[in-house]
Design a binder for this molecule. Structure first.
Ligand SMILES: Cc1ncc(COP(=O)(O)O)c(C=O)c1O
Length: 457
């Protein structure tokens, strides 16, 4: 390292987490255990301030699907900054990039039955938008009693007040209560631990569906605006429902006049090995929340996609009730739109679903082999594209929960082997870019293998 870069790196280390608070972290913890400083990236690899080169098995934050060297997206952003760096899409103005993107997205999501986009600045905004539009949808239809939301325990829907209210994990809720009234949670099909003590995926699916039906009957269907879920639960620890679950839930929502919102902030654009999580399960949602990979993580952006059913109610309204009193300064940002157009073209050109499916299977099989070798692995989840998790336990027999420090020690040991993984509570979550090679996945598995050996040391 040169003297100049050493000076810079000392400055960075001295000031790391000293003048900012990090999301999802205790401020004092960030100061005492400073975060890794990432200074560069190339392909599927990142480089830290000490010059270590690592495979990013997190994929940014489930968003850098095409890796860090996606030139078409970079060029589109640079060019758009030259031509039109910003203009609003509030009533009365639009821009060329966002018009083109809306056309492209309508085509891309046509198999999902979605034909209009409402643009946002990210995932939490997309959730907030969908929840608000769901309530308005029922008001426009003249059924204003439908205001409640149902969602899954363990689900993650971002951190705005609406999203936190439908969130199914206490970590993101308790400190911020009281949350939105009228939000109710039903059990998720989490096979490893559940209140039914049921490990058979199909039976568990039936029990969870019965619980949903019971909750709908208890609340009164005519009070419920929407049900929201992730097709595969991500931050909750990669909970993959049995194949019977999502189609049946979708049907129940339809029968009860409840809108089905698919939170595809992670799953849209190929991560599951299908172009959307909805397509993976063979359903069409009423609304779909997207963000993250829509711009490969290079620009904060999102889109809520809307089905015919929702579109018709809004567009055919003549009373004025369908006027949308919602939106963001950055809704339809031209630079985000240009990034998304390029990203979508590249996503399709690379046909990323094929690699996501194949490498996802390799990853899942490899993690299962590690389970045979390491007692600390309680459960391995995944098998549908490039999203997988290891649930770490103190005792495999009793499933006793692991202490806080062991997952972090494993993460650190994996890092030392050249692979960045994410640890969230007891879960190690693996979600690499969709362009990883067979060798990359082997390297990820080898590093995790060594990392897991640090559990007892
Ligand atoms: C399923 C899901 N929904 C919503 C969000 C929130 O997105 P953002 O962090 O862009 O606001 C996330 C973020 O990870 C997510 O995984």
């Amino acid at each position: 390292m040169s003297t100049a870069s050493l000076k810079t790196s000392n400055f960075l280390k001295e000031n790391n987490a000293q003048h900012m608070w990090h999301p999802m972290a205790h401020p004092a913890d960030s100061q005492n255990n400073p975060p890794k400083i990432i200074t560069g990236a190339h392909g599927v690899r990142i480089r830290d301030v000490d010059g270590n080169d690592l495979i990013d098995a997190v994929g940014g934050l489930w968003n850098v699907n095409l890796g860090f060297s996606c030139d078409p997206v970079k060029k589109a952003i640079a060019q758009q900054l030259e031509e039109l760096p910003y203009y609003s899409t509030f009533r009365g103005t639009s821009n060329d990039a966002v018009i083109e993107l809306s056309y492209e997205l309508a085509d891309f999501f046509e198999p999902d039955g979605l034909r209009r986009a409402f643009f946002t600045s990210g995932g939490s905004d997309s959730i907030e938008t969908a929840l608000r539009l769901a309530r308005q949808y029922h008001k426009v239809r003249g059924e204003s009693s439908r205001t409640k939301f149902l969602s899954l325990k363990k689900g993650y829907h971002g951190t705005h007040m609406g999203g936190a209210s439908v969130n199914g994990n206490a970590n993101f809720r308790v400190a911020y209560e009281p949350l939105l009234p009228g939000c109710f949670h039903v059990p998720s099909p989490y096979g490893y631990r559940n209140q039914f003590n049921e490990s058979d995926p199909q039976k568990l699916s039936e029990l969870c569906i019965a619980a949903l039906e019971e909750e709908i009957a208890f609340q009164g269907a005519n009070t419920i605006a929407a049900f929201i879920m992730e097709p595969i639960l991500g931050a909750g620890g990669i909970i993959v429902p049995h194949e019977s679950y999502v189609p049946r839930v979708r049907q129940i929502c339809e029968q009860n006049g409840i809108l089905f919102i698919a939170d595809e902030v992670i799953t849209a654009f190929g991560r599951t090995g299908a172009w959307s999580g909805s397509r993976l399960w063979g359903i069409q949602p009423d609304m779909m929340c997207t963000a993250k990979a829509i711009t490969n993580g290079y620009f904060p952006f999102g889109a809520v996609m809307l089905s015919d059913k929702v579109v018709d109610v809004f567009e055919q309204d003549t009373s004025g009730a369908a006027a949308i009193g919602h939106g963001y300064t950055y809704s339809g940002h031209p630079v985000g739109a240009a990034a998304a157009i390029a990203c979508l073209a590249e996503t399709k050109r690379l046909n990323v679903i094929e690699n996501a499916a194949a490498r996802g299977t390799q990853l899942f099989d490899g993690l299962n082999k590690l389970k045979d070798k390491h007692d600390v692995v309680g459960d391995v989840r995944g098998g549908r594209g490039l999203m997988a998790a290891i649930e770490l336990v103190a005792d495999r027999e009793t499933k006793a929960t692991i202490d806080k420090s062991t997952p972090l020690r494993i993460q650190e040991a994996t890092y030392a082997e050249g692979v960045m993984v994410r640890v969230s509570g007891p879960n190690m979550i693996i979600s690499p870019p969709l362009i990883v090679t067979e060798q990359d996945v082997s390297d990820i598995l080898a590093a995790i293998d060594t990392g897991l050996s640090a559990a007892h040391g």
